[in-house]
Design a protein. Sequence first.
Lengths: 321, 352
Amino acid sequence: MTNTKNAVKPAKKRKRYASLDKRKSRAGWFFVLPFVLSFLILYVPIIFESIRLSFYRMRPIIGGGFELEPVGFLNYQEALFVDPDFVRTLTSGLQQLAFDIPAIVIFSLFMAVLLNQKMVGRAAFRAIFFIPVILSTGLMESIDAQNTLNEYMDSASGINDGSGESVATDLVSALDVERLFANMKVGTELVTYVTTMINNIYNIVNRSGVQMLIFLAGLQSISTAIYESCQIDGASAWETFWKITFPMISPMILVNGIYTIIDSFTTESNQVMTFISGIYNTTDGNVISSAMSWMYFLIVMLIIAVVAGIMSAYVFYQRRD
Amino acid sequence: MDAQNMQKAPAVMKETKNKIKVEFERTPLKERLKAKFISTFFLQKFVWFIFRFVLLLGISYVILFPFFSKIAGSFMAPEDFVDVTVRLIPKHFTLDMYKAVVTELGYLEAFWNTLLLSVSTALIQTFVCCLVAYGLAKFKFKGNALVFLAVVLTMVVPHQTLQLSLFMKFRYFDIFGIFKLLGGGVTESISLLPFTDLNLTNTFWPLIIMSIGALGFKNGLYIFMLRQFFRGVPDELEESAYIDGSGTLRTFIQIILPLSVPMMITVFLFAFSWQWTDDFYTTLFFTTTKTTLMPDIISIPKSLQTNYAGQNLYYAAIRNTCGIMIILPLVIMYLFCQRYLIQGIERSGITG
């Protein structure tokens, strides 16, 4: 008799309190609540509004306020076929994107590997390398965009009239490295790619701060035991990098590739973005800018999907759980 | 066996309390140095060391040079910009630009306003992102993946795309038409509120509301980083806390948050400095010049306006001086916080 009573009691309790899993899932919802609420209340309407607006034309009414007029795909048509600069800016912007992203990812991986090694002054170098993450964003970027002083100071000789062209700006062509590489017969495209990359080094360093941080974190998480056993087996540093570091860091390469795409097409220094905000500002809230940015966004999403699809086929995951 | 060992054991020459001097046959110093320094291994290491050092130094120069040139230019008088012999070291040292920026452009007001805005949004963002990231990392509930997808979506859609509708949203702020209903916008009979919508532009509210909802600038990235960090925190810690009778919120505040201080400082540093130098939201939401913020002070002070030869460079230098004044607080903060930044990142052990 007492046994059955004891068995019933917990059953009753279970009815009164939710199970641990249920309570935990409720707690989980509680934690993400601020985001979910604001996402539903603020973000989704804003996105729908933005998409909706791109199918409308806005007309200011005298005495304040706006009048909306549905125009179908007219905004899109105008952006693509009437506006003289949009398509040109878009294609050159996408070219630039295709150009910059491998450069940034390779550079940040290389720098992260270097900064991960034990050496004199590592802390100082790290501190210097992450300065751009904090300082070279937003306002500083826009100040730098029209900064003629920097080139003036950099130039070794010659009078600078403030036009931004100085003698020593083109680091590589000045040193004739370009010609040297050209003589090595590796293909002109590759040579120009590398030389423009080196000429743009300031730009690339500035934009690869977060990527370096992510790579550094990834490198830290690789167990040192693997490297030790490699050393014992007599692998060279080169082999160790390609056989151990590279596969282990490949998920990070995927993450960084996508982050770089997102980052470089959302920064204000991006020429397509500047073009679009320019249109937004000059025509006082014209809706063509909305249509343009949605088109641009769709194209970039497509690029992200393709890149993620291709890269994730080659990514190596250590633990498959 | 014993005898042999005894013979091989080095003879003790002198023995004191702490030290012991032993005599044994050593390779001569010359031989040892030779073996150490004249070998391909050492040579390789040495060349690599030099190469690495020069490379890092060079890139550090590339990073730091713009700052040096800005600082140098900010102390120059207009005469120095036409003088060909003057490069980095000013001949006519003045503080005119700094004086003008502080007195004429309302630097102090902008500083105070931006400080208020940045600290409040960064604190809110750090805390909210921690909450959301913890929920995503440690609780398996239905829709977890969906919420994470939403986070990624907010990260991917550039806010420039939403420029117009963001502005409209906060210009005519309303939640589900509640204000409109209560304010009498729908029917004349109900008018509990004196307004039908709120104009939140030119106040801090748009940014604060977005921060509370973790929709601020790059909040998706913070959530992603923190989520990876929380995933690395062992479950046993929380389980033991639950067994001791602690609730989820208490566990989060008393166990998890103290653990993640370096990571939180990293996120705070990002949020603070990106808000500090932001000019997208501030120019979007602050349309009048009533509240002076950092973007407003980048202009040419009246007392420094000139018309002569070096005008272009001089104006560039003035803008740069504004830039220096803007980032000065950030530099000071970075000096103190950079080791937390690196610690936080290293401990996060982000894996894809």
